[in-house]
Design a binder for this molecule. Structure first.
Ligand SMILES: Cc1cc2nc3c(=O)[nH]c(=O)nc-3n(C[C@H](O)[C@H](O)[C@H](O)COP(=O)(O)O)c2cc1C
Length: 367
């Protein structure tokens, strides 16, 4: 009998052939000047299209939303054309693809931003992190400037326009990136949000930007094509919350449930690290508050993925690192075949090496 991991399901308006998703993975191979995805990305995504759903690498919604060299954008006609080649190639192979909408907030360097201006965040607090510039390599992130209240509607609008561009580019939907310490998370988590306007202080205020972005994006494109990613318990990008259960129960219960969204996607535990949670923290409790499909991520292997889908705890499992070096990951999981280890040196930046040159199982057997 076919295991449920390999059977179809529906994420809102998006029907998918199996419960295996490609997690969003930044690979820094887009054109630095234009933010157009690399022509190599067509092949990269097509190679991974046996997964039911592909989530693209995070893609900036405006020039000011960028935080690293050579990440793609989704705000110009030229970028839309670049993405069209990718969505067509993926659709030709029978899979579905959504684009992850990204504003990095303070995780940026002013050299990457128009006019060399500082990054924007909820507060003027620098992240103790590094980013990457094409000419200078790794550099500390710049100290951000706190957004003025009257600047926030423009950013909310950028999310909606980017979602419209995504539909033009042939995507099946979008994933709002509200995880990993980027802009929306910089408002949600109290680690830095020290604002005294309607966007800071109480849980209600900290979740306001998230709610406005969800309203705007689901107003621009059908809600059943809008997913969202959160990382409640992760300290990624130097950001934590003092009471994540309360913060995220409010965010999910008030702003995400009951509106017919495509899916809720949680990074369970520390992004790319331990899955263990502190006492009183629970993914299952948060998941219960959302009435749509649930996508789980972080440190899943074959056994845990099968168990989790079989029990009904998650509808879909997103795989990140295992999918980098195993373009045919779904086939390998189905066959219980060994997985290759990816080369970390080629994760970020470069060309085909470590990107499109990992063989499928069939190719390595034939070689
Ligand atoms: C190279 C690399 C790039 C990543 N880029 C993104 C990204 O663009 N957006 C995002 O939400 N998470 C990103 N992540 C986090 C992954 O989506 C995922 O949460 C993490 O790798 C844990 O899942 P895994 O154990 O299946 O790899 C990235 C991780 C890696 C290793």
């Amino acid at each position: 009998m076919t295991h449920p991991l390999f059977t179809p399901t529906r994420l809102g308006d998006i029907e998918i052939a199996n419960r295996i998703a490609l997690a969003p993975l930044t690979r820094n191979r887009a054109d630095e000047a234009t933010g157009v995805p690399s022509p190599l990305a067509v092949e990269y995504y097509a190679q991974r299209a046996s997964g039911g759903l592909l989530i693209t690498e995070a893609s900036q919604i405006s020039p000011r939303a960028k935080g690293y060299a050579m990440t793609p954008g989704i705000y110009t006609p030229q970028q839309v054309e670049g993405w069209k080649a990718i969505t067509s190639a993926v659709h030709e192979k029978g899979s579905k693809i959504v684009i992850q909408l990204w504003h990095v907030g303070r995780i940026a360097h002013s050299d990457l931003l128009p006019g060399g201006e500082p990054p924007l965040s909820s507060a003027g607090v620098r992240a103790n992190m590094q980013t990457f510039l094409k000419d200078k390599g790794f550099v500390p992130t710049s100290t951000p400037r706190a957004l003025r209240t009257d600047e926030i509607p423009g950013i909310v609008d950028d999310y909606a326009r980017a979602a419209e561009r995504a539909m033009e580019a042939g995507f099946d939907g979008v994933e709002i990136h509200a995880a990993n310490g980027y802009l929306i998370d910089q408002f949600l988590k109290d680690g830095i949000n020290r604002r005294d306007d309607a966007y800071g202080g109480s849980v209600e205020n900290r979740a306001r930007l998230l709610g406005e972005v969800v309203d705007a994006v689901t107003g621009a494109i059908p809600a059943g094509r809008v997913g969202i990613r959160l990382s409640p318990f992760s300290g990624a990008n130097d950001l934590t919350d003092s009471d994540p259960m309360t913060t995220f129960a409010h965010a999910i219960g008030t702003h995400l449930a009951g509106r017919g969204m495509s899916y809720l996607h949680l990074v369970e535990g520390q992004t790319g690290g331990p899955r263990e949670l502190a006492e009183g923290q629970s993914i299952a409790e948060l998941r219960k508050l959302f009435d749509g499909a649930y996508m789980a991520n972080n440190g899943y292997d074959r056994e845990l993925a099968m168990k989790t889908v079989e029990s009904g705890a998650a509808d879909v499992i997103a795989f990140g690192r295992p999918y980098i070096a195993n373009p045919d990951l779904p086939e390998r999981l189905a066959a219980d075949a060994p997985l290759e280890e990816g080369d970390r040196a080629t994760y970020y930046g470069g060309g085909a090496e470590g990107y499109t040159d990992y063989p499928t199982l069939a190719q390595s057997k034939a070689a």
